[in-house]
Write a protein that binds this ligand. Structure first.
Ligand code: SF4
Length: 459
């Protein structure tokens, strides 16, 4: 079977194309969502959706500090009473959403995650309440499904971790970024290594089965040697998972002041550090799952992938969370600037329950977008896209039927493995392809999504 057919693109004059276009962690990006004048009812949107293997995501949009690289929907600090008011709103939303799912067929959550922001910005008592909302309002059995929670070193306190462990957390992801204090400062995430090490000790003491450590490469002043020192400091904790993120400088973030034109030297630094990091982890018994994710080969199996916000059937609660049905991705308004984020959160906490029975901002998904999304979320994984899965989901089609020119270009650049014929034929990136995941992803965006993202006014 030939996966790659179709015309090769015109030869263009050589120019620098950055391997770091954008991180595609969900497609389409929220900047392609638009306000929906008809505010469709959730009950209608979910009426015909399968509801027996849903994912549940609860978003907590608070952090102690705003890291310089971060463009997530989160605000710094919270005035007195705001986290409580936010949980009140979350409870109203959960009640309305659960009601919209109906009772005519079983509703079952197969995975759950608390993300942010920093969910552990909440106190231990507030985390209990968050778990109660997931269990009692939504009906998720947190002790029976994978439950992933994000935390920062400063907020990973023993009392919070104890609550999370007792309520069934199976994966704790700690945003360390760097074990080098100078690099942490350069990324505008000031922290002391001693505090990070102490937090890691508390996480291990809490006996949560999977520890993930996030690290960043491409920081000003970071060298191969300093990167290896951070990696070794992380490896000393034998984390079940490690995420290695290239640094991005995005508009409206703390480091965004320095955002500018293409920077081939910085791209070369990031690519080199990526390869150094990847090879180091592979040599230390880790398996590469994607460009960013590495899992210890002897780590306990996790069941469904923690970052299951890539699959259909996602219920997101909280004002920064997305929800997915097969036909619509939706959320609330989106912003990166602090002033706008605050007003969106204030608006969210003031809403009556009835408001949460509708979707407000979203993007419809048609058959073409569904195929793009399937290709993106599979191809960017190291295990690749089994062609039989694609054919089974999309009327016997092959990816080359739908994305011939793009796949031919990736193949011409050495980014695709040859596809072995047979029932297990799989479209898979080469190691260089994986290294260029952040250039491959955006090339697969539809013209309509590109146009919507380009027209989005950043705020
Ligand atoms: S990177 Fe994490 S801790 Fe830092 S501001 Fe963003 S959400 Fe908060």
């Amino acid at each position: 079977m030939t996966a790659v057919t179709g015309p090769l693109p015109r030869t263009e004059p050589a120019r620098h194309v950055s391997p770091y276009q954008s991180y595609v962690y969900a497609y389409p990006h929220k900047t392609a969502y638009r306000k929906m004048a008809d505010r469709p009812r959730l009950r209608t949107l979910w009426a015909t959706e399968p509801k027996d293997t849903l994912s549940l995501y609860l978003h907590i949009p608070f952090c102690e500090v705003r890291c310089g690289f971060c463009n997530l929907f989160t605000r710094i600090g919270a005035p007195d009473g705001l986290t409580g008011a936010y949980l009140d709103a979350l409870e109203r939303q959960a009640t309305a959403v659960r009601d919209a799912l109906g009772d005519s067929e079983p509703v079952r959550f197969a995975t759950a995650a608390f993300g942010g922001g920093t969910p552990t910005f909440l106190t231990a008592a507030e985390l209990e309440r968050l778990c109660d909302i997931a269990e009692h309002r939504m009906g998720a059995d947190l002790r029976a499904v994978p439950l992933s929670v994000e935390a920062s070193p400063a907020t990973a306190s023993a009392d919070r971790l104890e609550v999370l462990a007792a309520r069934g957390t199976t994966r704790l992801s700690l945003g360390v970024q760097s074990f080098d204090d100078t690099e942490a400062r350069a990324a505008v995430r000031p922290q002391r290594r001693a505090d990070v090490e102490a937090a890691l000790g508390r996480v291990r003491d809490a006996r949560i089965p999977v520890l993930n450590i996030d690290l960043i490469y491409g920081i000003d002043g970071q060298t191969d040697a300093s990167w290896l020192r951070s990696l070794d400091a992380a490896l000393a904790w034998r984390p079940e998972e490690l995420y290695l993120y290239p640094l991005y400088i995005r508009p409206l973030t703390g480091l965004g002041r320095r955002a500018g034109d293409a920077d081939p030297a910085w791209d070369a630094q990031r690519l080199r550090l990526y390869r150094v990091g990847r090879d180091h982890l592979l040599a230390h018994g880790y398996e590469q799952q994607s460009m960013r994710m590495f899992r210890r080969a002897d780590a306990p199996p996790q069941g469904t992938d923690d970052y299951a916000c890539q699959t259909d059937g996602m219920i997101g609660l909280g004002c920064g969370a997305r929800s997915y049905t097969a036909g619509l991705h939706y959320s609330f308004d989106y912003a990166v600037g602090m002033h706008e984020i605050r007003s969106i959160i204030d608006d969210y906490v003031s809403r009556p329950a009835a408001d949460f029975a509708h979707a407000e901002y979203g993007r419809p998904m048609d058959a073409d977008e569904a195929r793009r999304r399937h290709l993106l979320q599979s191809l960017l994984q190291a295990e690749g896209l089994p062609l039989a899965d694609y054919a089974g989901r999309f009327d016997g089609r092959a990816p080359a039927d739908d994305f011939g020119p793009e796949l031919a270009r990736f193949a011409s650049l050495g980014w695709l493995e040859p596809v072995e014929p047979g029932a297990s034929a799989t479209l898979r990136l080469t190691p260089e392809g994986l290294a260029h995941s952040d250039a491959i992803g955006p090339e697969l965006f539809s013209p309509a999504v590109r146009a919507a993202m380009a027209a989005y006014e950043r705020k």
